[in-house]
Design a protein around this ligand. Structure first.
Ligand code: ASP
Ligand code: MG
Length: 456
């Protein structure tokens, strides 16, 4: 059970976490105890990044001031949740951790240098502190929890700020350290995002890395399910800013989640749950403010719940480039030449359609557009259209049910379509249209495919 920054943002949120864990465990008394992974309290990592920056600029006092503020915030939450000798012990630990960090940071500021390794030490304190508090709060409320130092469990390479796990070494430590706690009936509580090299040097997995930690630990423990508790109900059938009545997606495949994440519909980054999906462990997204909502389950294959499609997505403000050349007729090497231009100007292409003598592509990054166009004009006629958009329908069923495509096109009858493309995976169909038509198109499609069903 992984709880993100907003799910542990203050004492009230941490109390919700305790209730969620307790209730779930009580509902499944025969199960192994859950393993709890927490992020830093919300905004803490941002402030620590700022601390690094200030120290690198030599601003010792400003950096130390942030550390002091963060200590105060953590002590405040601790004193709301924990009492007596346990509170004294917790306060002493938090204080000594933050004071030690302050000493280090002042030294780094004096040298005007914060190495990537030092920056990871600074950022790690967020997860170390939040996990210590949550563990103590559990015990205060009678749950037998044990704090586990993730740096002793998650073994990584030395790529600071983007460390990769050594799964074999981590699995050994997980079963020795975490497994022994659960076997003894204790709830292990650990920080996400952080690890250490085999030599014990602190590392971090990259921003948002707590999901990755949860997937790594879950895979090593071969758990039944990984739960990512956040502050939204799960994935929706469409962006609520575009469609007025989106539904919750109850279940989707890992590949569908990846397609949707590409369009910005990301509640979590699918690549971070690869270790879990690779072992067929379902990952469920849940809302810690509304634990009664069933959330969204991501599995290797997805199963759907009878809906024809899984979700819709859109990407606004893209530019269409039409490239026409009679030389393309029966020529080879033309596409390569064309795409080399995009490569040279480091611009990625989203949708591509081709006919015998023309190619149309969309780009959303127009930084180097003028260079691209003038290079393309060396061998083709080129025109562009701005203020376009991509609308995409996603669903594993698109592979098996060819009528879904015509249903989609029919429902869009009043909307002028500029390009249409079906991915080779046939897990999505993409329409390119004027940006001005996106709201109409998305709502028409949503009514067509999700309209009949009520409630999520
Ligand atoms: N605390 C880290 C961050 O804000 C990791 C996480 O929350 O997943 O990026
Ligand atoms: Mg986070």
């Amino acid at each position: 059970m992984k709880f993100g920054g907003t799910s542990v943002q203050d004492a009230e949120a941490m109390n919700r976490v305790i209730n969620i864990v307790r209730r779930q465990w009580a509902d499944n008394p025969g199960d192994r105890p859950p393993v709890v992974v927490v992020s830093a309290m919300s905004k803490v990592t941002d402030r620590l990044v700022e601390t690094s920056r200030l120290a690198a600029e030599g601003q010792a006092d400003q950096a130390a001031q942030i550390i002091g503020e963060l200590l105060t915030r953590h002590l405040g939450v601790a004193s709301t949740l924990v009492q007596g000798p346990a509170l004294e012990e917790l306060n002493a630990l938090l204080t000594s951790d933050f004071r030690a960090l302050e000493t280090d940071v002042r030294e780094w500021a004096a040298q005007h240098e914060v190495t990537p390794a030092a920056s990871d030490v600074i950022q790690a304190i967020g997860e170390l502190a939040s996990s210590r508090i949550v563990a103590a709060a559990f015990r205060q409320q009678g749950v037998d929890a044990a704090w586990v130092d993730s740096r002793q469990v998650l073994v990584t390479d030395g790529e600071h700020s983007a460390a990769l796990p050594d799964m074999d070494a981590t699995a050994e430590r997980v079963s020795a350290i975490v497994g022994s706690k659960t076997a003894a009936g204790q709830v292990p509580v650990m920080g996400g995002f952080i690890g250490a090299t085999p030599a014990g040097v602190t590392t971090t997995l990259g921003r948002g890395g707590s999901d990755y930690s949860a997937a790594i630990f879950g895979a090593c423990l071969d758990v039944d399910e990984i739960q990512i508790w956040t502050d939204v109900d799960g994935m929706l059938t469409a962006d609520p800013r575009v469609v007025s009545n989106p539904l919750l997606v109850p279940e989707l495949s890992f590949n569908e989640a990846s397609e949707l994440a590409y369009f910005g519909a990301k509640v979590l980054h699918p690549s971070t749950i690869v270790p879990a999906v690779a072992r067929n462990i379902p990952v469920r997204i849940l809302n810690s403010r509304r634990p009664e909502v069933r959330g969204t389950m991501i599995t290797a294959n997805g199963r759907g719940d009878g809906q024809a499609l899984t979700a819709l997505a859109c990407k606004r403000s893209v530019t269409v480039i039409d490239i026409t050349s009679t030389r393309m007729l029966m020529a080879f090497g033309f596409l390569r030449r064309l795409f080399e231009v995009f490569e040279r100007f480091k611009t990625s292409v989203d949708v591509v359609t081709t006919s015998e003598v023309s190619v149309s592509v969309t780009v959303d990054n127009t930084r180097r557009l003028e260079d691209i166009l003038s290079n393309l004009r060396n061998f083709a006629e080129v025109s562009t259209e701005r203020d376009m958009a991509i609308v995409c329908i996603v669903g594993e069923n698109l592979r098996s049910d060819p009528t879904l495509f015509s249903r989609a096109v029919t429902s869009l009858n009043t909307v002028p379509l500029r390009l249409v493309s079906q991915a080779a995976s046939r897990r999505n169909i993409t329409f390119v249209m004027r940006d001005a038509d996106v709201t109409t198109a998305m709502n028409l499609l949503h009514d067509q495919f999700f309209g009949a069903k009520v409630g999520a």
